[in-house]
Design a binder for this molecule. Structure first.
Ligand SMILES: Cc1cc2nc3c(=O)[nH]c(=O)nc-3n(C[C@H](O)[C@H](O)[C@H](O)COP(=O)(O)OP(=O)(O)OC[C@H]3O[C@@H](n4cnc5c(N)ncnc54)[C@H](O)[C@@H]3O)c2cc1C
Ligand code: FES
Length: 259
C-alpha cells in the first residue's frame, strides 16, 4: 500500500532568480522529513512530480522549483490559497557527519542542500559551501545557503560572480580538512565530485535524479542499474555505491528508454 496524498495550501510563490520560484506550502497534517528526502507534489488536473524538501519544518514546506516544462510552469503559476497535494517523505536522507563538511551545489541542485546546511550548522558542524551557476542571475538560494555556511564560495561559468568556472574547479582546494562532501547538481558535476573525493580519500554523498513516477519503489522507472532504485535506495548515495551502476552513463526518459 502506498502513501496517500495529503492536501497542502499554497502560502506563497516567490520569484527566487531567473527561471526559479520558491513555493511555500502549509500541510494539514505534519510531515516529518530530513534533508535529502523528497516528496511527490501534485497539482490537481496537471500532474504529480518529485521535488526535494528545501526548507521549512513539518507543516510549512519550502520547495525550490526550476521552471523547465509544463509541470514546473504550472508551479510558477500557483497563487496563495490554491490547494495542491503532497505525498512522502520518500527516499534516503543525507547522513550528518562532521566536524567539517563541504557542500557542492550546482544550480537547482541546491534545493536539498539548504536544509542540510541548516541542520549541519545547528549541530555545530563547520560548513564550507560552493554554489555554482551559469551567471550571476542564476544562483538559486544563494542568500539562504550563505546564511547557514561558515565559508561560502560562488562560481559562475561566465565569471559574472565569484570564481569563473565550475564548483569542481575549486573543490580540490577545500578538501584538506574535510570529513565529508555533500553534492547535488548536474550529473556531470557529480561525476567530477565523486572522482575528486575518491582520489582525495574524502567520504562523499551525492543526490541523484532519475525519472521518478511512483516514488515508492514499485514501478521501476527510476532504476539506476545494479538493482538500485533512486526513489528507494537514494536519491542520496555514497560515492562507492555508484560503482557499476548507470551513474554518469545512461539516463532514462518517461518510457524507461535510455535517452
Ligand atoms: C528525487 C528528485 C528530486 C527533485 N527535486 C527537485 C527540486 O527540488 N526542484 C526542481 O526544480 N526539480 C526537482 N526535480 C526534478 C523535477 O521533478 C523535474 O524538473 C520536473 O518533474 C519537470 O517536470 P516538467 O513537466 O516541468 O518538465 P518536463 O518537460 O516533463 O521535463 C523536463 C526535465 O525534467 C525531467 N523530469 C520530468 N519529469 C520527471 C520526473 N517525474 N522525475 C524526474 N525527472 C523528471 C525530464 O527528464 C526532463 O529532463 C527532482 C527530481 C527528483 C527525481
Ligand atoms: S519511481 Fe517507481 S520505483 Fe522509483
Amino acid at each position: 500500500m502506498g502513501m496517500m496524498p495529503i492536501p497542502a495550501e499554497v502560502l506563497d510563490v516567490g520569484e527566487e532568480c531567473r527561471d526559479t520560484v520558491i513555493l511555500e506550502l502549509k500541510t494539514g497534517e505534519p510531515l516529518s522529513w530530513k534533508p535529502g528526502q523528497f516528496l511527490m507534489l501534485g497539482i490537481p488536473g496537471v500532474d504529480e512530480k518529485p521535488m526535494a524538501f528545501s526548507g521549512g519544518d513539518d507543516r510549512r514546506l519550502i520547495l525550490t522549483v526550476e521552471v523547465v516544462g509544463p509541470f514546473t510552469e504550472a508551479c510558477s503559476g500557483l497563487e496563495p490559497g490554491d490547494i495542491v497535494t503532497v505525498r512522502g517523505p520518500y527516499g534516503r536522507h543525507f547522513e550528518i557527519r562532521g566536524p567539517r563538511a563541504v557542500i557542492v551545489a550546482g544550480g537547482t541542485g541546491v534545493a536539498p542542500l539548504v536544509p542540510l546546511a541548516e541542520e549541519l550548522s545547528k549541530r555545530g558542524i563547520h560548513v564550507t559551501s560552493i554554489l555554482g551557476g551559469p551567471d550571476a542571475g542564476r544562483l538559486p538560494r544563494k542568500d539562504d545557503l550563505k546564511a547557514f555556511s561558515d565559508e561560502f564560495l560562488v562560481t559562475t561559468e561566465d565569471g559574472s560572480e565569484g570564481t569563473k568556472g565550475f564548483p569542481t574547479d575549486i573543490l580540490p582546494d577545500l578538501l584538506e580538512e574535510a570529513d565529508i562532501v555533500y553534492a547535488c547538481g548536474p550529473e556531470a558535476m557529480l561525476e567530477s565530485v565523486v572522482e575528486i573525493c575518491t582520489r582525495e580519500g574524502v567520504p562523499c554523498q551525492v543526490s541523484l535524479t532519475r525519472y521518478v513516477k511512483c516514488g515508492e519503489g514499485v514501478c521501476g522507472s527510476c532504476a539506476l542499474g545494479d538493482g538500485l532504485l533512486v526513489c528507494r535506495d537514494g536519491p542520496v548515495f555514497w560515492a562507492e555505491e555508484l560503482i557499476g551502476t548507470e551513474f554518469g552513463d545512461v539516463r532514462r526518459d518517461a518510457t524507461g528508454a535510455p535517452e
